[in-house]
Design a protein around this ligand. Structure first.
Ligand code: UD1
Length: 338
């Protein structure tokens, strides 16, 4: 069965391609290489022994998207990762984010609506919950006003898919609301590409650990948590990738109860920033140079998932511990700096 993975050379897309190929799916990747490189394909081959088909394509070019689907009428499922994801940049350049993340989604759904039966998985984010009132966060927690254009594209993306599914019985879709993805494939053949200064915690920690950055700033030590630092639900990217495969299979096998569904994808466990640092120190045997500084504007105190729905309905559960995920992130960091 042929599956299209948009943004398949990116961090989560490449890990999902590996898991799809491991299960025998034929993968075709489209990626505009704006935040990835073709070298990622070699990593995928090293792990799976199989090179996915790759086409460099910018989803903003509507006529090229139409032409692509004409040439690949046998695609039965789409996992859509291609999107911009830097929160700060989205505040500076909102239209870029709305064009990249919303325009392209609309073009894809237009193509899928012309097919009799198609399965669509959307990368959403726990950012849609904002600071939820209750922990852990269930899927029925209200969606709160977005803090950034990036967050807004995830909320709007979900709404666009929901509205489309209502009137298009041929499209079956699942939105996966990711908590905080981290780590790399344990083989260290693929991972998060180190382009620019990392905004996210874990790559900043490993880059500091290896000496590329002098010090990690811990944003805020006065939050109402056990040690004063923020709580997040860090999920190993391989576990997250596997969630995409089971979600897709639910649709391919017609097991979905509605033609648009939403699932949280996290571990169910919250960790503070200091706990994440301690995990790094355990797995690397190094002391991390860090300093507690002011809070980062827009950060929430706490977010971790209630994963009951994904556990029961998808039969999926995150398997890796924080230390296992951190170990893979550290291995990857050491490999890319060689
Ligand atoms: C961020 C985005 C979120 C997006 C996700 C994508 C914000 C407010 N949220 O989530 O919308 O979906 O990335 O991966 O930007 N931290 C430090 N020092 C650092 C970096 C982070 O202390 O140098 C802390 C943060 O304050 C936070 C935690 O580490 O408590 C995780 O931060 P980060 O990795 O940026 O993820 P989120 O903010 O949860």
């Amino acid at each position: 069965m042929k599956i299209l993975v948009t943004g398949g050379l990116g961090f989560i897309g490449s890990h999902t391609t590996v898991e799809l190929q491991n299960k025998g799916y034929e993968v075709i990747i489209i990626d505009d290489l704006s935040n990835s490189t073709e070298k990622v394909l070699d990593g995928i081959v090293a792990i799976t022994g199989k090179r996915p088909t790759f086409e460099k394509l910018d989803l903003k070019e509507k006529s090229k998207v139409e032409d692509f689907f004409k040439r690949h009428q046998d695609i039965v499922g789409v996992i859509h990762f291609a999107a911009s994801k830097a929160v700060g940049e989205s505040v500076e350049k909102p239209l870029l984010y709305y064009e990249n993340n919303i325009g392209t989604l609309v073009y894809l759904l237009k193509e899928l609506s012309q097919k009799n039966n198609s399965s669509f998985i959307f990368s959403s984010s726990c950012t849609v919950y904002g600071q939820a009132d209750k922990m852990p966060i269930t899927e029925s927690a209200p969606v709160k006003a977005a803090e950034s254009p990036y967050g807004n594209t995830k909320q709007m993306g979900e709404e666009i898919i929901r509205d489309t599914c209502k009137v298009t019985p041929g499209i079956n879709a699942i939105a996966l609301r990711y908590f905080n993805p981290m780590g790399a494939h344990p083989s260290a053949e693929i991972g998060e590409l180190p382009i620019g200064v990392p905004q996210n915690l874990v790559p900043f920690i490993t880059q500091t650990g290896i000496g590329l950055r002098e010090q990690l700033s811990v944003f805020g030590g006065d939050y109402p948590t056990t040690d004063g630092t923020c709580i997040r639900d860090y999920i190993h990217v391989v576990d997250l990738a596997k969630a995409h495969v089971v979600a897709l299979e639910r649709l391919l096998n017609g097991k979905n109860s509605e033609n648009y569904e939403v699932f949280n994808v996290g571990t169910g466990t919250g960790s503070t920033v200091l706990e994440v640092i301690k995990s790094f120190e355990r797995v690397s045997g190094k002391k991390l140079n860090y300093k507690i500084v002011d809070r980062r504007p827009g950060d929430i105190t706490s977010a971790y998932a209630d994963t009951t729905k994904a556990n029961k309905v998808l039969g999926w559960k995150a398997e890796s511990t924080l230390d296992e995920a951190m170990k893979s992130a550290w291995l990857w960091e050491q490999k890319v700096r060689k």
